[in-house]
Design a protein around this ligand. Sequence first.
Ligand code: SF4
Length: 438
Amino acid sequence: MSAAAPKVSFVSLGCPKALVDSERIITQLRAQGYELTKRHDGADVVIVNTCGFLDSAKAESLGAIGDAMAENGRVIVTGCMGAEPEVIRERFPGVLSVTGPQQYESVLAAVHQVSPPRHDPFLDLVPPQGIKLTPRHYAYLKISEGCNHRCTFCIIPKLRGDLASRPAAEVLREAERLVKAGVKELLVVSQDTSAYGIDLKYSDSVWRDRAVRARFFDLAKELGQLGAWVRLHYVYPYPHVDEVIPLMAEGIVLPYLDIPFQHASPAVLKAMRRPAHGERTLDRIRTWRTIAPDLAIRSTFIVGFPGEKEEDFELLLDWLKEARLDRVGCFKFEPVAGAPANNFAAPVPEEVKEQRWHRFMAAQREISRKNLARKVGKRLPVIIDEANGPVAKGRSKYDAPEIDGTVHVASRRPLRQGEIVTCRIERSDDYDLFGQAV
Ligand code: SF4
């Protein structure tokens, strides 16, 4: 038997897309015989996968690098903040290597330099589906990287480049492996899911003896055949999104759309340079609901964008009340180093942003409370995220993990994580449901 396996401590920060990168790196490391440890001290090397989206995320990333330097000293930095190596090197000249997002090979090469992989015939003891940092019953499935848009508040295209889609067969093979390994819910992520395949000119790839086009609709339909819940995130309301709504009505993919609308005022959307900002979104939502009446829509918004006037904000509130979205996140505009919007005229004072944020959240709380009250008395399938004897926490089809609401489930028999149970909803509050497993 060779010497003890080299140990790697891993810090994963940022969004689900960064989490997917972390999972890939960890899978490779495990396949090469490295062990993961939760402690920096005693590890042969520490990898910090950073987030560089907002200044607050950068500060968190720098904090994590600082901790790793203090506790260990052998530190490899990767992820979105790696696109600005000078910032990191200036603060921490001793870091071993700095690479940008998705540069798996460079990260592995840097690890090999500090601590070469041991050679062991049992290296392949990695489950074929890879190592997931998310619980076993759900998994993020990244279908593309980068983005062709240039929203003025965002630097993701600068960090991650233009849209680069994975061939449909590759995505489907990964999804199939995940489902075979016990995953019950696939969360489809990318920067712009509905643009999937544009860069590949929607070309075919062979999956189960047939050609599947790299198209949003085709991929969603195929994923829906794998026997797991399929949830679509980061979808923009392009006209072809209409095609997937019947798949939701038929139960092939979940009746759930995560659309980051960001605003409703045409002037603000134009200043943001948002994709599909010219679409008549309220009409579209109405039509979608006639086709799939239980469609849940989640979204995020930014208040206090430079130039946002009181009337723009009121338009947003009216839009929100009309749209009655199910789940909503709201952010106060925050400048991101390198984003064009930082220099726009008429910045909104902090106290106005704060006020608008509170008004927005109060309006949405009321909408959410009413939407959830309509679910009382229904029987809903609930996927169990955490089980603890006769009580459990789960989610309905209308809620994504980590960002949406919870169904609190009471049960006579013990429930298991990942199990999907039918639950009779007995009451609701502003954001959550409460019920009994039947
Ligand atoms: S769509 Fe806009 S906000 Fe989203 S990643 Fe692309 S540029 Fe950024």
